[in-house]
Write a protein that binds this ligand. Structure first.
Ligand code: ADP
Length: 218
């Protein structure tokens, strides 16, 4: 189903979010106070508007409360980001996602009711560090302090073997959710499904178990 998104602030982060949502076929309203920025996005969004998103009347005239999601990606100006988020929540926008600059910014956003707070640089830093430490780790999602989902590259050690042969759940306590094989994704693989060399395995488990599997099982 097509969803309605509004992206406020078309810097590196907001700009990427906008382009990707549009590419996926969603309706995206791209908003920035800088005219040049807005012009860059005419071909990468459904509508563009030059507007200051800290003005309540402006947000109202854009009908912002009717959007399914509003992403606040105002970068350095923390004050504007906070004010804009506050206005959006006061106006009754259901899902407001905000990019935070630091922990102080995060705390304030939490207090004023931001629905989701993201730290793109910090999160990306963690992912890149994980990948640097082991080339087998392609991607990494932290679910909690203890549990994660990782994408691991299938090595020779597991290639052409089935899940039942490898018995990963019993040996390592982690579960393979899916394989990615080129463009194909095999969700909930069956016990007899064979792993191919260079498949990407999507694995969920306790961090210690995942580490053990990555180090000893692959
Ligand atoms: P990033 O770190 O993601 O690249 P930037 O700080 O470069 O973020 O970009 C933030 C964008 O937000 C800029 O394009 C800026 O013009 C825009 N912006 C800042 N304040 C406002 C505002 N009050 N209303 C709308 N857009 C704003």
């Amino acid at each position: 189903m097509r969803k309605q998104f509004a992206v406020i602030g078309l810097g590196r982060f907001g700009g990427s979010v906008c382009k990707e949502l549009y590419k996926m076929g969603h309706d995206v309203l791209a908003i920035d106070s800088n005219e040049d920025k807005v012009n860059e996005f005419t071909n990468f969004s459904t509508h563009t508007v030059i507007a200051n998103a800290t003005e309540e009347s402006t947000l109202q005239s854009l009908g912002i409360r009717n959007f399914d999601y509003v992403i606040v990606a105002i970068g350095e100006n923390i004050q504007s980001s906070i004010l804009c988020t506050l206005l959006l929540k006061e106006m009754g926008v259901k899902n407001v996602w905000v990019k935070a600059q630091n922990d102080y910014h995060h705390k304030v956003l939490e207090k004023i009711g931001a629905d989701r707070i993201v730290h793109p640089e910090k999160d990306m830093g963690i992912r890149i560090a994980q990948h640097l430490v082991s080339e087998k780790i392609i991607d990494y999602i932290e679910l909690s302090d203890e549990y994660s989902i990782v994408e691991l590259l299938a090595t020779e050690k597991v290639a052409n073997r089935s899940l039942i042969q490898l018995d990963i759940r019993a040996k390592y306590g982690c579960t393979i959710l899916a394989f990615k094989r080129k463009e194909q994704v095999i969700v909930s693989p069956l016990p007899d499904d064979l792993i191919h060399l260079n498949d990407i395995l999507i694995v969920i488990g306790h961090k210690n178990d995942l580490k053990r599997f990555e180090e000893e099982g692959l």
